[in-house]
Design a protein around this ligand. Sequence first.
Ligand code: ADP
Ligand code: MG
Length: 562
Amino acid sequence: TMSKQTLGFQTEVKQLLQLMIHSLYSNKEIFLRELISNASDACDKLKFEALNNDALYEGDGSLKIEIGFDKDARTITIRDNGIGMSRDEVVANIGTIARSGTKEFFGKLSGDAQKDANLIGQFGVGFYSAFIVADRVTLTTRRAGESAATRWESEGAGEFTLEEVTKEGRGTEIVLHLKEDENEFLDDWRLKSVIRKYSDHITLPVMMKKGNSYGENGEIIVSDEVETVNKANALWTRAKSDISEDDYKQFYKHVSHDWEEPLAWTHAKVEGRQEYTELLYIPKRAPFDLYDRERRHGVKLFVRRVFIMEDAEKLLPQYLRFVRGVIDSNDLPLNVSREILQHSKDIDTIKAGCVKKVLGVLEDIAENRADDYTAFWQEFGKVMKEGVGEDHGNKERIAALCRFASTHTDDEDQIVSLKDYIGRMKEGQDKIYYVTAETHAGAKNSPHLEIFRKKGIEVLLLSDRVDEWFVSSLTEFDGKTLQSVAKGGLDLGSLEDEAEKKEQEAKAETLKDLIEAVKTSLGDRVKEVRVTHRLTDSPACLVADEHAMSGHLERILKSAGQ
Ligand code: ADP
Ligand code: MG
């Protein structure tokens, strides 16, 4: 066999480890949740791979997670008979981080332990949480179907060792050598209550030895008999009435890798053309990789309780990529692949049903939990706006969920809905006016707004990158046209009074020579020069043709090299 080899952690891993140990100290029991969660994922993966290769079970198909402790050796052991890892997988998965977003992650840290703990949770450094309570971790693993096993060991300081060993059963065994002052975990009752608290919904049995008598000092003496500590059934298959609010929240933390509580969820068993159960959550906070093409997490697809894949793209549209949870189908074939999913009418049906549920939840928050909705919009508004262009069928519903800044408050906060806007429209106003710019200040100070401010007509101030795409996809709402204040001849319709029109015509007459002179001087650079009354303070402004690109979109395209 190969001799022992010492390797170094990536710098980021070292930093993260230090940080985690400090900021999670007050919440240290979660190490167990993280390790059980990994063991459960490993069993799911085995089940999935074994669909096409039964031999991977090696004659042992009863998947389980075992937890044990040794008071004298001061160790806790977490063992699973899941997929295990090859040597290369060990190095790739728990020696490096190399995840996109690491730098941004460090940038976001505040130094406040509670806040940072949430960030760390989102970042998903689950395995390393073992070092919150352990000063040495030994992981021995054998991948299903392979003969060589690997032992990984580290003190969490900057290095780890790798060794080839033999291991009878497949899967992973992790031994935590506890730090001096972590004796509280060498306790049957304590461990079991942590398991019940965090891992009740894990679909596999989490087994521990049964404690059935008391010692001299009142301590529980464990027997050799084992018992299942958690409920071990898939939470989403249970009746809603049997699931507590706290169950839902714990399950969210498990499926989302988020440590914060969810903002809301929807749980339903759907019957009809496709039979499936959905349990979908809206997170409170946007994940780091919301704009990253190689996002790691999404919605989990199960087929009859078997985990198939985690993929946001196929199961929900892009603009709902922040949604987490599970969809469990009764009708899809077990051997469904990503390719099949892409062209599956059945998936389309499920997808459409789930989108409706999620939009329903959002509408409910918007209506009944105003502050929560504002917070939601701050985190996910830019992404939701993509939906107007992406999801034609639900355009009107998505548009109704959108919030904007407007001249009504002149504030940067996006809190105005199109419905609010329409409710404030002036007598005779039949359009929804907006201005787009690169920044809020740019929009707010646009000379195009002068006439609107004078007349007290509200204008939406759009300065998110996605807004150009938004207004090109949504040309009307509730029968009212969306109109850029910077485009075309400004026709305020019946909002304009006759006297003003007359005045304008008269002015055009007197300014004829000046206009000609400006036209000659600008030559080909402009299409037309005309007198306007849309300005009250500024002497002149640029206006795009009614059907031309807006100046702002033109600048975006230019900066993208088009
Ligand atoms: P995450 O679970 O979010 O991927 P972790 O730090 O918890 O992050 O785990 C990192 C990776 O290590 C996992 O994605 C998995 O590939 C591997 N891993 C961890 N624990 C196990 C285990 N018990 N069996 C197999 N692979 C594991
Ligand atoms: Mg994990």
